[in-house]
Design a binder for this molecule. Structure first.
Ligand SMILES: Cc1cc2nc3c(=O)[nH]c(=O)nc-3n(C[C@H](O)[C@H](O)[C@H](O)COP(=O)(O)O)c2cc1C
Length: 350
């Protein structure tokens, strides 16, 4: 196990997860975001592992094409996890059996999703309020999976029923390879701050690795979370949208190097790669729509970013978007676009 400059608690690893000893930076499962092109980009910039969007066990069992597309990992290079959710142990077991054919390093169970359509069927975070059922689900998946099983939880259903220690111990006992915890209750959804004290308490409680999750958005917050909690690794959700370079910044923190800044040209070229990947996967215009979420956040803070975004949003034709991004990359400065838009020539004037 190579150590980083940040101190972390020593953990007990499932022998099949020896590789996880060096894993520090994970891309969260995010529905509508962490498809294969984005996972690949995040790994390129330093994510040790990426997760597919969560998939319904019932959907997989019934053979839904759209659900199966979410877990397409065939031939994917690098570490990848698949995540399933559901409330019926039979479905969870059947889905696991089917997924055994897929390429994956771990199979994760979602006990954190706060969405109404998931919890109303007692999936996701609803299971934090029904531990006997949660336990049956975990046992069903572990009995069937050919890869190590992991779980992702929240701190509890609400402030009156915070039970992450009890849940964590149950999951450890049931053979989970690691537990990821988002430091909010279900009731909080995404409001307020993630409670890192509770992540620290879970790290203290368990022998297996705890992956901390919630509100890490840059190298500095990564350092603070690890220092505060001693967690083995950190999982990044929203912070990676439009900012896959975050993983490189986290890596620099681990290696004791100065945190690199992101080059504007690289932002443009990466966005082009991402766009072409999405269009190859989904065609037009869906591919361009998916990349818009990233564009919305990517160029923030640059002068002229609003104009660049507006030009990119004005079309869904990938080749036009590529042209705009190539121009911006060549100019090396998004103010170029202001010049185009106003009919002036910013660069000749300088
Ligand atoms: C758009 C979106 C989709 C998400 N989808 C999933 C999912 O499929 N499975 C899951 O376990 N968590 C999902 N989450 C939660 C994140 O994985 C993560 O736990 C949460 O955003 C907190 O981490 P962050 O502060 O780094 O974003 C999603 C979050 C967002 C914003």
């Amino acid at each position: 196990m190579t150590d980083t400059v940040l101190k972390r608690k020593a953990v007990r690893l499932d022998p099949r997860l020896a590789w996880f000893g060096d894993v520090r930076r994970l891309l969260s499962p995010m529905a509508g975001v962490t498809d294969r092109p984005f996972r690949e980009i995040c790994r390129r910039y330093g994510a040790d592992m990426g997760f597919c969007e969560f998939a319904s066990a019932a959907g997989l069992t019934y053979g839904g094409e759209a659900t199966w597309a979410l877990v397409d990992t065939e031939g994917e290079a690098g570490r990848v996890g698949i995540q399933i959710f559901g409330s019926d142990p039979e479905h969870m077991m059947a889905a696991t059996r089917l997924l055994n054919e897929r390429r994956m390093d771990v199979l994760d169970i979602n006990f954190g999703c706060p969405a109404k359509k998931v919890v109303k069927k007692c999936g996701g975070s609803a299971l934090l309020a029904d531990l006997p059922l949660l336990e049956r689900i975990v046992q069903a998946v572990v009995a069937e999976a050919r890869v190590p099983v992991t779980a992702k939880i929240r701190t509890g259903w609400d402030e009156d029923s915070v039970n992450y220690r009890e849940v964590g111990l149950l999951l450890q006992e049931a053979g989970m390879g690691w537990v990821t915890m988002h430091g909010r209750t279900r009731a909080q959804k995404y409001k307020g701050e993630a409670n890192w004290d509770r992540i620290a308490a879970l790290v203290e409680t368990l022998d297996i690795p705890v992956v901390g999750n919630g509100d890490v958005v840059d190298g500095e917050s990564y350092r603070r979370m690890v220092e505060h909690t001693g967690c083995h690794a950190v999982m990044i959700g929203r912070g990676a949208i439009g900012n896959p370079w975050l993983f490189g910044q986290m890596r620099a923190v681990d290696e004791g190097r100065p945190v690199p800044t992101v080059d504007f040209r690289e932002m443009c070229l990466t966005t082009i790669d991402h766009l072409l990947g999405e269009v190859a996967l989904r065609g037009e215009p869906q591919g361009s729509y998916v990349v818009r979420k990233h564009i919305a956040r990517c160029f923030k803070g640059y002068p002229g970013a609003a104009v660049l975004r507006r030009r990119l949003y004005a079309t869904t034709v990938a080749q036009e978007m590529v042209g705009i991004l190539e121009q911006a990359a060549a100019a090396g400065d998004p103010r170029y676009d202001e010049a185009v838009e106003t009919g002036g020539d910013h660069h000749e004037q300088n």
